[in-house]
Write a protein that binds this ligand. Structure first.
Ligand SMILES: Cc1ncc(COP(=O)(O)O)c(C=O)c1O
Length: 345
């Protein structure tokens, strides 16, 4: 099994900087809604997630018929692969592992576009020349995991246009969009209606700090693809508590704004702190920071009860690359103190 961040079951009682979720934790209203729904779980969940889709439609101003819900964004990625059965897909490396796993599970061949250190791990116009008519699907994570860098809108629009002409399904993973300082400048949501080849992947997981409840969703204007996804997925993938938690979470606008401001300030402080300690950073725009330092740092931090995401198992990365979450101020202080001690050894 691929090793992700957040493995608090192997490494217990540690300060976890390896999972990148909202440092404010679950909103109280979401906990209440999920607990109440757990008590009402002697019935099957609505397989069509009607109340949740209506709430999402209202929140994002997208027709409910263009929304699909799933057991986390990861479930939607697997549904997509199974429904579309792409033969050849383009992934960006380094990138989130589940795209590759889902594509390989349906026998899809994978091509990689490699982000380079020289380009500061930014996606540039060079990506456009990697698109060709032999591709059926591509994934762009915006902002990207693990780098935390967002793709400028102009480049995304050029990719969208090229995908239309080459008949490539374009999947844009916006699971971390809400943590950007200006989310509206990066989302492709305004392009959804006119581009049935576009699929936007979203999750409650990161922004509402609810990875344990499992709730993801997607937007797509292709009725055909959505029907195909519903034909291949299992019927009750979103539990009663997860559906109720999602409806409650969408009312938490102040919480989202508070998280964005907190993450923005703490990210800036951590970026400076990491640079002062001699770590190479790349200007993350998200709620996690990608950096380069000496090999063995994650093991050394574990001795201090602190978990970092060792990024050496990402395609195209090697030892010495790490990702840390942006957490609460005192926790971030602890991270810098531990790193300072470990790097001085
Ligand atoms: C970029 C990205 N997309 C999707 C997911 C999956 O999210 P979920 O927990 O909702 O399945 C993750 C989880 O780490 C992620 O990093």
């Amino acid at each position: 099994m691929h090793i992700h961040g957040g493995d608090i079951y192997t490494y217990q009682n540690m300060l976890d900087f390896s999972a990148n979720i909202n440092p404010l934790g679950l909103p109280a209203s979401v906990v209440q809604a999920a607990a109440k729904a757990a008590a009402e779980s002697a019935v099957y969940p609505d397989p069509m997630c009607r109340e949740l889709k209506a709430a999402l439609a209202d929140y994002w101003q997208v027709p409910a018929k263009n929304i699909v819900c799933g057991n986390g964004a990861a479930d939607i990625i697997f549904q997509l692969a199974l429904a579309a059965l792409p033969k050849r897909a383009l992934l960006i490396a380094p990138g989130f592992h589940e795209y590759e796993q889902a594509l390989r599970a349906v026998g899809c061949e994978i091509e990689y576009f490699y982000l380079t250190e020289e380009d500061g791990f930014c996606l540039t116009e060079k990506y456009l020349s990697a698109l060709h008519d032999g591709l059926d699907m591509l994934f762009i994570c915006n902002p990207n995991n693990p780098t935390g860098l967002a793709v400028p809108r102009e480049l995304l629009l050029a990719v969208l246009e090229k995908c239309r002409s080459l008949n490539i399904r374009m999947v844009v993973d916006e699971c971390f969009n809400e943590f950007l300082d200006a989310p509206q400048d990066y989302t492709l949501l305004p392009e959804l209606a006119a581009n049935p080849h576009l699929f936007i992947l979203k999750a409650f997981t990161k922004i509402y700090a609810m990875p344990g409840l499992r709730l993801g969703y997607g937007f797509c204007a292709s009725a055909g693809l959505l029907a195909q996804m519903s034909a291949v997925c299992q019927p009750w993938s979103v539990s009663v508590p997860a559906q109720a938690a999602g409806v409650a979470a969408l009312k938490e606008q102040e919480y989202v704004e508070k998280a964005r401001a907190l993450v923005s300030a703490e990210r800036a402080r951590l970026l400076t702190g990491l640079s002062v300690l001699g770590c190479q950073t790349y200007g993350s725009m998200a709620n996690y920071i990608f950096f380069k330092s000496r090999p063995g740092l994650a093991e050394a931090c574990r001795e201090h009860q602190l978990l970092l995401r060792d990024c050496s198992n990402y395609v195209s990365l090697c030892e010495g690359y790490y990702r840390c979450a942006v957490k609460m101020p005192q926790e971030n202080d602890r991270l810098l103190a531990v790193l300072s001690q470990v790097l001085a050894d």
